[in-house]
Design a protein around this ligand. Sequence first.
Ligand SMILES: Nc1nc2c(c(=O)[nH]1)N[C@H]1C(S)=C(S)[C@@H](COP(=O)(O)O)O[C@H]1N2
Ligand SMILES: [Mo]
Length: 400
Amino acid sequence: MREEPVSQALSRRTLLAKVIQGLGVTLALSQVIPRAQAEEGDVSRSEADRLIVLVARPLDAETPVQEFASYLTPNSRFFVRSHFGPPPAELLSELNWRLRVGGLVDRPLTFSLKELKQFQEVTLTAVVQCSGNGRASHRPKTPGVQWDRGAVGNARWTGIRLRDVLTKAGLQTTSRHVQFQGADRPVAVTVPLFVRSIPVEKALHPDTILAYQMNGRPLPLLHGAPVRVITPGWMADSCIKWLTDITVSRDEAQGYYMQTAYRYPTRPVMPGEAIAASDLKPVEAMIVKSLIAQPQDGASLVPGPVTVQGVAWTGEGKVVKVELSVDAGRTWEPARFIGEDQPYAWRQWQYIWQATGSGPRTILCRATDAQGDTQPESSSWNPSGFLWNGWDRISVTVKA
Ligand SMILES: Nc1nc2c(c(=O)[nH]1)N[C@H]1C(S)=C(S)[C@@H](COP(=O)(O)O)O[C@H]1N2
Ligand SMILES: [Mo]
């Protein structure tokens, strides 16, 4: 259960938005990213493009949820998360960038971008979401970037199958995990590298790709140029950006970012409780979740029909139902799906709400997937504040 009444939760979000604005933290991206680093040829990344910046350097910035009224999240509005910031652009140039494949393979290989593009090209639409999206809603608070709702986006990814690369290298029978490393490096040598791994089954899945395009454009620098991993249905911490090294191994990647970070308890835990390492497993698939994109939180509305619109998604499965409540969760009404229906992408939905009377109103939404999982009122607490999927809620005021 949430430890504070709905009204307080709402005012907290409104307050947060005000504080962010008040501090001038909602900066145009061009103010925090030197122009030279902005994506080459991406005319859309201009003064007008705004993300909500939570950490300026290295950049952690979320998408304002009203952007989710569209099916695809534009590259320039897609949330940005990186532990160390992008590597120097010259390392990623056509001339310098290489992808090395080694470890438990018969033939270690090295590819230029051009060589990589010789494999069959595939395009798929997939949600990419940070495991910490919604962390700000966990009570008690958990450490880490206090993401609200927008550390997620839906994009069309074009690339080649990881499976094809691994098959060419020849997987040895002892292969169990595939480790990834990008070209980004921590500032201090004492900080561990961002090395992650996925089980070989996910690596060989035909939909796991090495993407070099995002929404039909070359992958922007901030999103992992020239090549990143896309593990559809899984949390974004497996989607390694600026990929340079693939190492096939018997074991999970060693080191902090796989063995300590991005782990989730396999049983309910209490805040402050000690958790044995054996009770923590890597975060993998996404869980069912939905967001209200319109109207905006805090909006003033006139009585009459109001189009409530948003998105809903889940892990490797399918969303089958989205419901809304305007009476604090006592009764729920189904929303109607609109737009495209594709695996791994989010589903858009709409609901026409008849706003009556005057005064504050709370609109709640929750989704259910084909496994029968429904979003809870609030998510289980866990030490890193991962996988928040509590009911989404906005507050509006009806003014006659
Ligand atoms: N090389 C590298 N890849 C990375 C990261 C990183 O710090 N370095 N962060 C991961 C995390 S935690 C997230 S949420 C996503 C964010 O992807 P985006 O910035 O394209 O939205 O990238 C992932 N891939
Ligand atoms: Mo993340």
